[in-house]
Ligand binder design. Structure first.
Ligand SMILES: [Zn+2]
Ligand SMILES: [Zn+2]
Length: 269
């Protein structure tokens, strides 16, 4: 689609059913379950997927999508997980959205043949975890994630906007894939996400890798992750873009603009 970069131009998109194979892979079967929430199965809901082929291997990008999250309430709830395959289609590792779009890596051994690997959505915020063995197992409604759908979600001009951009375009982008698996158990602190106050002190969350876009303050290099960005349309070219005034932790102000054609963030002082 004109005016939108939905994929790194060096990569290829596919929806090959023999690769996705209902999430049954050579070494593991990915099982999805829900605990204290409902599976994404209403109209338009489901697990949206696409397969990215590149020189790095294959990555199956999945976005679990609900029309609404009941608590805290907001419309459109997106929770990604990416499955990375080697050249023989064995799962190498999985990235899950560990809350607030932080990415958690789970390594998968080649020798786990026939093992079930369970990803659970839990609590009304639909958070993901690999630590729960309870909950209702469901058969995922797999929906091809077409460029049109991505663009439709990207240009929603409110909090329902899809905040996955540069790392959706490139699932190998710096800042997404952690170098190692986390040492700390990350299940408990996730309770923070559904309360208005922190039950567990925030620094306990040592995750720094994220599915979100990151921007760096041009003055002090302080990094921040991006949330919803207001949508604009260039009057001359008719191209959409996103723009926001930013203020880093040290008080420096700068402007960012997301260029949909290039698929990248631009800075202005
Ligand atoms: Zn949610
Ligand atoms: Zn700064």
């Amino acid at each position: 689609m004109k005016g939108f970069c939905v994929i790194n131009p060096n990569y290829e998109i596919s929806y090959d059913k023999t690769i996705i194979n209902d999430l049954q892979f050579k070494n593991i079967n990915v099982i999805l379950s829900c605990f204290l929430c409902n599976p994404p199965q209403s109209k338009n809901e489901g697990i949206y997927y696409r397969i990215i082929k590149s020189e790095h291997g294959k990555c199956i990008q999945c976005i679990s999508f609900w029309n609404r999250q009941w608590f805290p309430y907001h419309i459109h709830d997106y929770h990604p997980f990416f499955i990375y395959l080697d050249d023989k289609n064995f799962v190498k590792f999985i990235l899950i959205d560990d809350g607030h779009h932080y990415s958690k890596m789970i390594k998968i051994s080649k020798n786990q043949i026939g093992t079930d690997f369970r990803i659970s959505f839990f609590l009304p915020d639909h958070g993901l975890t690999d630590r729960l063995k309870i909950g209702r197992i469901f058969k995922p409604k797999l929906i091809p994630l077409k460029p049109k759908q991505i663009i439709k979600w990207w240009i929603i001009n409110n909090m329902a906007q899809l905040k996955l951009r540069t790392k959706l375009i490139d699932p190998y982008k710096k800042g997404l894939i952690p170098e190692s698996e986390p040492k700390k158990d990350s299940l408990i602190y996730r309770i923070n996400h559904i309360t208005t106050f922190n039950i567990i002190h925030q620094p306990m969350n040592s995750l720094r890798y994220t599915f979100r876009d990151e921007v760096v303050c041009p003055v002090c290099k302080e990094m921040s992750t991006l949330d919803f960005l207001p949508v604009y349309k260039d009057q001359e070219t008719d191209f959409f873009f996103l723009k926001n005034e930013m203020k880093c932790k040290n008080g420096h102000k700068f402007t960012i603009k997301y260029n949909f054609q290039e698929g990248k963030m631009e800075y202005f002082n």
